[in-house]
Design a protein. Structure first.
Length: 364
């Protein structure tokens, strides 16, 4: 049987392309390309990754991706053990006594009842703390009064500003330390620690955060926090991004069409929320910071609050649901196909009409 790995390798070598170059040009790590060529499935986080990378690598080398996937599936079938029914003789059948059928039904009823009881209680721990499994992210408005609440990853806190604006803070982490994403960066506060935060980048304390309860083993328990705002934090200038930080629409390459999802007469920090329904290798680069690579599984959440833009790289776009919050408005992005590797920029641009537009740019 023809080897898909050997076909990939010989085609790449015939084109005089080394693995380092291929890795750069299709944004797939070299170790994964080596795994495809050596047919070493153990290097991949999951089968969805492997299939997605295989299809993209085949397209890059101008090999029929359907043919290469067929070779891969044939190899999987040959390596799979035969079902027992194909080589074991059938055992004689016996009629069950009539009493067994009602007994089986009774057992089934008991199992269903127990399952319902477990489901009913699964959102609470033994000490009565509500966990976040299956809960939607919540939003709270901070005022001059002390705020005390158990919050969960993905929850958002709004601080009203002048001219009806809002500063958006997003809960980033609730495991071991409380992480909160602000326009000036991410802050982490330990258990029983009181910390003063500068959320608008003016080198002055804007709020005090105290963490009274947080788990070191289960992020779904959330974090019990108390927050007190300093006077003068809610100013409009804190949320406005300087005009010189925003590129003009003419600077966006014509080969990369963009979609406008929101526009305003000013630019300000916005929030990205990503929820995962399957395994995904995920990279993000917020503003001008370094890229961060993470592996997310089903049920995981990612959140960030860029000032002017973010670049996202996803290995399996079908598993990621992305929503954007700008000026309290929510926008859901389209979900891609299974195994699709996807790169996009989400950022502010300034158009010729003087408007600031939040756009999504699909990159190669």
């Amino acid at each position: 049987m023809e080897s898909y790995g050997e076909l990939l390798k010989t085609t790449r070598e015939s084109k005089q392309i080394d693995l380092d170059r291929a890795s750069r040009e299709i944004s797939i790590e070299k170790r994964y390309l080596e795994g495809l060529e050596t047919e070493d499935n153990g290097v991949f986080p999951g089968d969805a990754y492997m299939v997605g990378f295989l299809k993209n690598y085949a397209d890059y080398l101008e090999i029929d991706s359907e043919f290469i996937l067929k070779l891969y599936r044939n190899k999987q079938i040959q390596e799979s053990p035969l079902p027992q029914g194909l080589y074991e003789p059938h055992k004689p059948r016996f009629f069950l006594p009539a009493i067994i059928i009602p007994s089986a039904l009774l057992v089934a009823v008991v199992i269903v009842v127990l399952s319902l009881l477990i489901v009913k209680k699964k959102n609470k721990t033994e000490d009565g703390v509500v966990v976040s499994s299956g809960m939607k992210s919540r939003q709270y408005e901070l005022t001059d009064k002390k705020f005390t609440q158990r919050v969960y990853k993905g929850d958002q806190l709004f601080i009203p500003t002048e001219n009806d604006g809002k500063i958006i803070l997003t809960v980033r982490d609730t495991l071991s330390a409380f992480g909160i994403d602000t326009p000036s960066g991410v802050y982490y506060i330990e258990l029983a620690e009181e910390s003063e935060l500068d959320i608008n980048g003016d080198n002055a304390s804007d709020m005090i955060v105290y963490v009274s309860d947080i788990s070191s083993t289960d992020e779904n328990r959330g974090a019990e926090v108390s927050i007190l705002l300093r006077h003068g934090v809610a100013v409009e200038s804190a949320t406005v991004v300087a005009a010189e930080e925003i590129p003009f629409a003419s600077e966006v390459k014509s080969s990369h069409p963009y979609k406008v999802i929101h526009e305003d007469n000013r630019a300000y920090p916005f929030t990205i929320n990503a929820s995962f329904r399957g395994p995904c290798l995920f990279r993000d680069r917020v503003d001008n910071s370094q890229s961060v690579e993470s592996y997310f599984a089903r049920g995981d959440l990612f959140t960030a609050t860029p000032r002017n833009g973010i670049r996202l790289w996803m290995s399996n776009f079908n598993t990621v649901k992305i929503s954007i919050i700008a000026d309290s408005k929510n926008y859901d992005l389209d979900i891609g196909s299974a195994g699709q590797i996807f790169v996009e920029d989400i950022k502010w641009i300034k158009d010729t009409d003087g408007k600031y537009k939040l756009v999504v740019i699909e990159l190669d």
